[in-house]
Design a protein around this ligand. Structure first.
Ligand code: PEP
Ligand code: MG
Length: 579
């Protein structure tokens, strides 16, 4: 085989969308590296500024055309992402500042723009919040698009047989992705990005394997080289040998076969072998995620992260805009429960970088319910929008980051106030709307009984619970090896919370990543958990595990796990439980 003479190597990144793809590399050019610096004579200044303005206009027009021509089945996030790029393009930091640089330094437009981009990126780098920090990539993507126009690049054209093509890019902007023949490529891999980057979100909604943060993929991989992308494990194998290729072709077939088999479970009720029924709900971030949730048979939305509606913009979404989004989800779910979490923004997770306030310990700062209680007007608007939407479906309200009962009581008071304001205006809402709280701070888990007494339901946010219980920043790669859901202290906090809810007859759900991790399904069921909420991509795998679980058989091993105080003993016991 031709590729056997080429150097074979593998790379590791962050797998953000599962599955295996095998195909030929298509390198996407990185116009930024081609920018050179040159001086322009003073008399050419006006023409240079005009060249820059024309490039901006051309990019604006291109993006508008792409937006208009989106196919009907394109993920709805794409429009939002393209709108974000149009907003960045119009921002004076990109549209005006470079002109000042051209004028002051008498330099070429590409160079001025690149300088300004570095300036903006440096400001983004200072932001603690991972999601917001990653928005710098949107700026880079827009700048790259302008630079391509300035340099006279033709737009990327894709060669035949896109289905077996793997995009290798520094980054892939949503607009680029749609241009590559409406996602007919098999996978994409990028040098930058993180689990919450737009690229990652897009890959998940396109359901194609994808790996980000490979750092040097564009440098090391050549156009046309054969590559394997294993999105499940974040592995890229370049120029695989014959045996590796055969092995991965087999794995790919098995993965696809498994996905097909799993699809058959869509309508099956999730019931254990001993007849215990379990609810499998979906976590969503934008209304269009409901389509995916329904396609895998989710019986409700267990967590709607509303902060996505507030991010990447300069002004707060008005009540009407929020109402429309919440109502859309409620109506799409046709009477199935929709759990809307109130804003989980905070010191570290502001709407836009300008609003970000620096803070040494953002995860411990003014965020989520703390922020909402300190900004009652913002909270009031959101509560009214949620209440109004409750008239159109079965909506429940979920409060993030509760640590004390006083926060809960203040929330109840503000909720009553929002209800009163609607009654006064004769606006209908569900008078029986349920209020739940997220248990994601160890103090709340330890005190879960008190919360269960005053709330209608509890939802365990294991992502934050683990971070706070183990003092591990969930976004910091350097300590990720310590982030252990199977830590005995974490398991005890979860068990405690489930038992507290069950004792008082208040439903408990887990909506953190652990709910979608098949290794923990049996243990959580043994704790008495009957409701799981997760990324839609995991629902059918978890359902299969529920269908293959006999609680009576699992109980003694689960007890042993809870009696073990050492993670090294817990892990083999977990493996035994899952046999
Ligand atoms: C969690 O903390 O587990 C959770 C579900 O919330 P988020 O991941 O949005 O913080
Ligand atoms: Mg959380």
């Amino acid at each position: 085989m031709a590729q056997s003479s080429k150097v074979s190597f593998s790379m590791h990144g962050v797998g953000v969308s599962g599955g295996i793809a095998i195909g030929n590399a298509h390198l996407v050019t990185n116009a930024l590296v081609e920018v050179v610096h040159y001086h322009i004579p003073k008399k050419a200044l006006v023409a240079e500024i005009l060249r820059f303005e024309n490039a901006l206009a051309r990019v604006r027009q291109d993006l508008e055309v792409i937006r208009e021509q989106l196919p009907v089945n394109a993920p709805a996030e794409l429009t939002a992402f393209i709108n974000t790029h149009l907003m960045i393009l119009a921002d004076k930091h990109l549209s005006e500042e470079p002109k000042a640089i051209i004028e002051q330094e008498l330099c070429n437009a590409e160079w001025a723009l690149k300088q300004q981009m570095h300036e903006l990126v440096a400001q983004f780098e200072l932001i603690e919040d991972e999601y917001l920090r990653e928005r710098k990539q949107d700026v880079v993507q827009v700048v790259e698009r302008i630079i391509k126009v300035l340099l006279g690049h033709p737009s990327e054209a894709v060669q035949p047989d896109e289905s077996a093509m793997i995009l290798v890019a520094y980054d892939v902007s949503p607009a680029d992705a749609i241009q590559f023949k409406h996602h007919q490529f098999a996978a994409f891999i990028t040098d930058v990005g993180g689990a919450t980057s737009h690229t990652a979100i897009l890959a998940r909604s396109l359901s194609i394997p994808s790996i980000v943060a490979l750092h040097r993929a564009r440098d090391l991989i050549r156009d046309g080289e054969l590559i394997i992308v294993d999105g499940n494990y974040g592995i890229v194998i370049v120029n695989p040998d014959k045996d590796t290729l055969a092995e991965y072709r087999l794995r790919q077939e098995q993965w696809e076969l498994e996905q097909q088999k799993l699809k058959r479970l869509k309508q099956t009720r999730a019931v254990t072998l001993d007849g215990v029924e379990v609810e499998l709900h979906a976590n969503i971030e934008v209304p269009s995620d409901v389509t995916k949730a329904k396609s895998v048979g989710a019986t409700g939305i267990g967590l709607y992260r509303t902060e996505f509606l507030f991010m990447n913009r300069r002004e707060m979404p008005a009540e009407e805009e929020q109402f429309t989004a919440y109502r859309t989800v409620a109506e799409m779910m046709k009477g199935l429960p929709v759990t809307i979490r109130t804003l989980d923004l905070g010191a570290d997770k502001q709407m836009n970088p300008d609003a970000a306030r620096s803070c040494t310990n953002p995860a411990l700062g003014l965020r989520a319910i703390r922020l909402c209680l300190s900004e009652p007007q913002i909270f009031h608007t959101q509560l009214r929008a949620i209440l109004r939407a409750s008239h159109y479906g079965k909506i429940k309200i979920l409060i993030p980051m509760l640590s004390s009962l006083s926060e809960l009581r203040q929330t109840v008071t503000l909720l009553e106030r929002a209800k009163e304001s609607l009654r006064a205006e004769n606006i209908p809402f569900d008078e029986e709307i349920k209020l739940g709280g997220m248990i994601e701070i160890p103090a709340a888990a330890i005190n879960a009984e008190a919360f269960a007494r005053e709330l209608d339901f509890l939802s365990i946010g294991t992502n934050d619970l683990i971070q706070y219980a183990l003092a591990i920043d969930r976004t910091d790669d350097a300590v990720s090896y310590l982030y252990k859901p199977s830590h005995p202290a974490v398991l005890k906090l979860i068990e405690m919370t489930i038992k507290a809810g069950n004792k008082l007859g208040k439903p408990v759900s887990v909506c953190g990543e652990m709910a979608g991790d098949v290794d923990f399904t049996r243990l959580l069921l043994s704790f008495g958990l009957r409701q799981f909420s997760m990324h839609p991509a995991h629902i059918l795998t978890i359902k299969r595990q529920v269908l293959q679980t006999e609680l009576e058989q699992a109980a003694p091993v689960a007890r042993k796990i809870m009696n073990a105080y050492d993670i090294d003993k817990i892990e083999p016991l977990l493996a035994k439980l899952n046999q």
